[in-house]
Design a protein around this ligand. Structure first.
Ligand code: SAH
Length: 495
C-alpha cells in the first residue's frame, strides 16, 4: 500500500506522464470480455506515445484501488490497469518510460463473475465511467466497502441506496469541441487531468436526447463555417456545448459556449437547430474567453426562449439557469433529499439553515416541515433562482442570501442567532474552518451533512465530533452509477 502511494505521488509530479496515464485511464474493452480501444481514437489518445516501446504480456489482477482500477504486480512494482477486476487473467500492453510503467487492458482471458456483460453500442461510450465493466452487485459492494472504510471511526453506514435503472440518468451533458489530427471536427470529453479530447457520440450515463443534439450541432458546423476553438492558437469559435434536460418537464436548454461574442449567422443557426430538434425550449450563447478549465464564462446571451428550464423535484417546481448548480441525477436526488430531510427529524417548529443551497432545493423541500428556512449560496444566479423558486412554489418561510457560507455563519454566530437544524452540502473540497467553527458556536441540535466527497466529509465530521457532536446515522446514496463517485449523508446530534 505504501508503495502504491509513493508511486502515485511520483507520477503526479511528472506532468507529461500524468496526461498519458490519464489517457490510458479512459481506454476500455469494448465489450465485456474482448479488447479494445478503438483504433481511430487510439490515434488521438496515444499521440504522445511516440518513442515508447510497447509489448503485450499476460497478468493476473490481485486487487482494486480506491478508484476502482485493477492492481497488478509486475517486476516488483504495483501497476494500475483500468477496467480489470480482481482474479481476472488478462492480456495487457505495457509501455515503460524511465521508471514509469503504464498498462492498458487488451483482452480479458478469464472474466470475473463481477464483470458486466454489457456490449457498448458506440466507441468510447464508457469514457468517464470508471466502473462500467463491473456488474451492479459488484459496484454496490465496491462503493459500500469504500464508504464503510472512510467512515469507520464514526459508525457503520447504512446500505447504499442504489439506482434501479442505472443508465442514461444524467440531466446535464457537457461536450468539448475540437479537431482531430485529420482536421475533422470532434466532440467528446477531456481525458482526466488533460485537455486532450476523447471523441464520443454517446455515453451510457448521458441523456440520449442530449447526445443526439450534440451530434446534430457537430454535423451543422461545417455548413455554417463554424470552427471549433483551439486552445493552443486561440483561434476558432465553439468551445463546448452544455445541455440541460428537465427529465420530468421535458424542457431542454442548449448552451453554446464560444470564445467570442461575434456569432455570425446566429439566427440561421438557431433556426436550423430548432427545426431538427423542436423539443429544444431555450438556446443560449455563453462567452468564455478564460484560460482555465471552467466550462462557462460570465457573459451570457439568450438566443431563443426564456434562458432557463423548469423541472420538478420532490413535488416542487424549480427554475434552473445555465450557471446554477443542479444535481445531475434527479431520480436519486429525490431519494437523497427525502433521506436527508428524514434524518433531520423536522417537526415543523425548527429554524433551519440550508448552507451551500444552490437553487434552494433542499431548503424549499424542507420548508413545509420547518418554522423558517435560511439559505446561503455563493453563486448569484443560483440565489436568484432560489428566490424565484420560493415564490413559484408559494413558500413564505424561506429567505435566501448570497455570500460565502463561512462568512455568513460567522456573522450568524456573532449575532448569537438561534438555529435548530443545519443542512450543509458543500462542494467537493468540503467546508472550511470559518464555517465549521461558527457552526459549533451556533450549536444547532442537529446537523445534516451531504457530500459528494466522503474524504473531505470525513475530515469535517472529525472536526464536528471533536467539538461537541456525535454522528447518529450515515446514509450513502449512489448518485453516480457506473462511476467511482459516492454521495453520502451524515446526521449529527449535539452531545
Ligand atoms: N444543495 C444544493 C447545491 C449543492 S452543490 C443542491 O443540492 O442542489 C454546492 C453548492 O455550493 C454550489 O451551488 C456552489 O455554488 C456553492 N458554493 C461553493 N462554495 C461556496 C461558498 N464558499 N459559500 C457558499 N456556497 C458555496
Amino acid at each position: 500500500m505504501a508503495k502504491q502511494k509513493k508511486q502515485r505521488y511520483k507520477t503526479s509530479k511528472n506532468k507529461k506522464y500524468q496526461s498519458e496515464k490519464q489517457n490510458s485511464k479512459q481506454s476500455h474493452p469494448r465489450k465485456s470480455q474482448e479488447t479494445v480501444t478503438p483504433k481511430a481514437n487510439n490515434r488521438s489518445i496515444n499521440k504522445k506515445n511516440h518513442g515508447q516501446r510497447k509489448s503485450t504480456i499476460e497478468v493476473t489482477c490481485t486487487g482494486l484501488t480506491s478508484e476502482g482500477k485493477g492492481i497488478v504486480q509486475w517486476e516488483g512494482k504495483q501497476v494500475e490497469v483500468a477496467h480489470l477486476l480482481p482474479g481476472e487473467k488478462a492480456e495487457v500492453t505495457v509501455s515503460k518510460k524511465g521508471r514509469f510503467v503504464k498498462m492498458e487492458l487488451k483482452r480479458v482471458i478469464t472474466p470475473s463473475e463481477d464483470r458486466a456483460n454489457r456490449p457498448l453500442s458506440h466507441d468510447n461510450e464508457g469514457v468517464g465511467c470508471q466502473l462500467y465493466h463491473m456488474n451492479e452487485r459488484a459496484q454496490e459492494r465496491f462503493k459500500q466497502k469504500l464508504i464503510d472504510k472512510q467512515m469507520k471511526t464514526f459508525g457503520k453506514p447504512k446500505p447504499i441506496l442504489t439506482m434501479e435503472q442505472p443508465y442514461y440518468y444524467r440531466n446535464k451533458n457537457v461536450m468539448t469541441f475540437g479537431l482531430d489530427n485529420k482536421r475533422q471536427i470532434i466532440s467528446g470529453l477531456y481525458a482526466e487531468n488533460s485537455h486532450q479530447i476523447i471523441p464520443m457520440e454517446s455515453s451510457i450515463i448521458h441523456d440520449p436526447k442530449a447526445d443526439e443534439i450534440i451530434q446534430t450541432i457537430k454535423g451543422m458546423m461545417k455548413s455554417f463555417k463554424m470552427q471549433p476553438y483551439n486552445e493552443d492558437t486561440g483561434r476558432g469559435f465553439l468551445r463546448h456545448v452544455l445541455i440541460r434536460v428537465g427529465k420530468k418537464s421535458g424542457e431542454i436548454m442548449v448552451v453554446l459556449v464560444s470564445a467570442s461574442s461575434v456569432f455570425k449567422g446566429k439566427n440561421n443557426f438557431v433556426k436550423a437547430l430548432r427545426k431538427t430538434h423542436p423539443e429544444i425550449t431555450t438556446i443560449l450563447l455563453n462567452i468564455n474567453d478564460r484560460n482555465d478549465s471552467m466550462v462557462l464564462g460570465n457573459q451570457e446571451k439568450v438566443l431563443y426562449g426564456k434562458g432557463t428550464i423548469t423541472d420538478t423535484l420532490c413535488g416542487l417546481e424549480f427554475e434552473i439557469s445555465a450557471k446554477s448548480f443542479y444535481q445531475i441525477n434527479p431520480v436519486q436526488t429525490e431519494r437523497l433529499y427525502t433521506r436527508a430531510i428524514e434524518m433531520a427529524e423536522l417537526t415543523g417548529d425548527q429554524s433551519v439553515i440550508d448552507a451551500y443551497c444552490g437553487i434552494g432545493t433542499i431548503g424549499l423541500v424542507a420548508s413545509e416541515r420547518a418554522d423558517k428556512v435560511i439559505g446561503v449560496e455563493l453563486n448569484k444566479g443560483a440565489v436568484r433562482d432560489a428566490i424565484r423558486n420560493s415564490k413559484r412554489n408559494g413558500v413564505k418561510n424561506a429567505r435566501f442570501y448570497q455570500g460565502d457560507a463561512g462568512e455568513f455563519m460567522v456573522q450568524m454566530a456573532q449575532r448569537g442567532e438561534h438555529v435548530d437544524v443545519v443542512f450543509m452540502d458543500p462542494p467537493r473540497s468540503g467546508s472550511d474552518k470559518a464555517f465549521l467553527s461558527s457552526l459549533v458556536t451556533l450549536k444547532p441540535k442537529r446537523i445534516v451533512y451531504i457530500s459528494c466527497n466522503p474524504e473531505t466529509q470525513a475530515r469535517d465530521l472529525n472536526y464536528l465530533v471533536k467539538n461537541g457532536y456525535k454522528v447518529r446515522e450515515i446514509q450513502p446514496v449512489d448518485m453516480f452509477p457506473q462511476t467511482n463517485h459516492i454521495e453520502c449523508v451524515a446526521a449529527l446530534d449535539v452531545i
